[in-house]
Design a protein around this ligand. Structure first.
Ligand SMILES: Cc1cc2nc3c(=O)[nH]c(=O)nc-3n(C[C@H](O)[C@H](O)[C@H](O)COP(=O)(O)OP(=O)(O)OC[C@H]3O[C@@H](n4cnc5c(N)ncnc54)[C@H](O)[C@@H]3O)c2cc1C
Length: 414
């Protein structure tokens, strides 16, 4: 595949952009593959990419029931940070964050990584203590964060209201190299690189069953027939329980809708990401000028892929307290995605009771930021049977009580 470059843009401009190649192929499925990934979201595509790049496994199919990047990967609010409390989490999220730094060059695809900084506001004394503790833990983990004063918060975010009606801003956990990236571009960049390595990305094809012989996987049933494999990676986010059921095991995850919204575009007014976990809302400004606003997850299990009115109301109320200047903005659009939540709010990257079947799920409300690190570790797990990045995230932790508790640490795990 020809590289994208300034020279290529000039060349194509001269011939009316008629010569661009398709970014990825749309092949017919083969009879079998060395490895199959179910789900062409960011995590599935990144897994395929690192299977090829790091382990030379390129006879791979990524099977997607809709269109690639059409799940949560194309629905999130794109926050990237690695300031988690527990060592295992900091390791995988920081690996991911550092891979984001060079992703555009590595994939030869502009993913618009913008390390604009992320502040998590502390609005209760409990949160102050919690975030100070996280800052100390991050220092030991080699993750650069600092706890900053309310005055410093105001310097970084002039539009913020420090004296909210319910909760004043008492400080914040600041990660200067956190930020955002263009979510679709992450999926598209990985897809193009996978296709370039000769992998098959098979869209509009639903996996409907997992075929086993003597306790080991031999392939998948799909809406386009049976496809054989001895290595299957299930990477389907909110549908993980459905796929696990097909393979014959159960997962400790719940699927719920999480929603977000954007305002009409306005002039640049905020050049970092702010998360207000006590009042529950977070906001950044997109390159188009829209204020990107994220809210809470539904309190009941569902697969609806859309939001509910009361969450919009709660989220907007929280954000208006924190940023009164947005009170007259119009909402442009709103959407939802199905997220897969574990009890300890940490992911599962694991072998399963079925030989040859691996599961990558449980990223819940915060897996976009993890895509490259998750793909890196999960590919290693699938190729070698072990990865230091994923070792703590096995399914057995729920039986053994070794929880990686991030629900208290992160407040909200976006
Ligand atoms: C509103 C919202 C805001 C969010 N904000 C953030 C944020 O700011 N920062 C952050 O880090 N994370 C955020 N997240 C979470 C993040 O989006 C997800 O954790 C991440 O995108 C999961 O990626 P994935 O590749 O695992 O799943 P997905 O992108 O959902 O991909 C899974 C794919 O599997 C496919 N699939 C399912 N079943 C089948 C089947 N039977 N056969 C074939 N294919 C199948 C689906 O169609 C889908 O395309 C947010 C999520 C939402 C919904």
């Amino acid at each position: 595949m020809r590289r994208y470059s300034a020279f290529a843009i000039a060349r194509e401009a001269a011939r009316y952009h008629q010569g661009w190649e398709r970014a990825w192929a749309s092949p017919e499925p083969k009879k079998s593959y060395d490895a199959i990934i179910v789900g062409a979201g960011g995590h599935g595509l990144a897994t395929a990419f690192y299977l090829g790049k790091n382990f030379g496994i390129t006879n791979v199919a990524v099977i997607e029931k809709g269109w690639l990047g059409g799940g949560n990967t194309g629905r999130n609010t794109t926050i990237i940070r690695s300031n988690y409390l527990q060592d295992a989490s900091a390791a995988i999220y920081e690996k991911a964050r550092s891979l984001y730094e060079t992703m555009s060059q590595d994939l030869n695809y502009n993913v618009m990584f913008s390390p604009r900084g992320v502040i998590m506001l502390a609005q209760t004394h409990h949160e102050v203590r919690g975030y100070q503790r996280t800052a100390h833990a991050n220092a030991l983990q080699g993750v650069k964060t600092e706890f900053i004063s309310p005055q410093r918060v105001k310097e970084i975010v002039p539009i913020i209201n420090l004296d909210g009606p319910r909760y004043p801003v008492l400080g914040g956990l600041w990660q200067a190299r956190g930020g955002t990236a263009r979510h679709d571009a992450v999926a598209w960049g990985y897809a193009r690189a996978c296709s370039d390595m000769g992998m098959d990305i098979i869209q509009k094809t639903e996996v409907t069953g997992v075929r086993k012989e003597n306790g080991a996987v031999v392939g998948v049933e799909t809406s386009r027939g049976f496809i054989g494999t001895k290595k299957l990676g299930i990477v389907v986010a909110g549908h993980s329980g459905v796929l696990a059921d097909m393979a014959g095991f159960r997962l400790p995850v719940e699927s719920v809708a999480l929603q977000a919204l954007v305002s009409e575009p306005i002039k640049p007014c905020m050049d970092c990401v702010v998360m207000a976990n006590t009042v529950h809302g977070y906001m950044s400004q997109s390159d188009k000028g829209e204020m990107v606003i994220g809210g809470g997850a539904d309190g009941y299990n569902n697969y609806t892929q859309r939001g509910s009115f009361h969450h919009i109301e709660e989220t907007v109320r929280a954000l208006i307290e924190t940023f009164p200047m947005i009170s007259r903005l119009k909402q442009l659009r709103q959407w939802g995605g199905i997220v897969d939540m574990t009890g300890d709010r940490s992911p599962i990257l694991s072998k399963t009771p079925v030989e040859g079947v691996f599961i990558n799920c449980g990223w819940g409300t915060g897996g976009f930021k993890a895509i490259p690190g998750s793909g890196w570790g999960f590919a290693e797990l699938m190729a070698r049977g072990y990865s230091p990045l994923t070792a703590e995230f096995g399914l057995n932790r729920f039986k053994e009580g070794r929880f990686i508790d991030e629900s208290v640490a992160a407040g909200v795990a976006h």
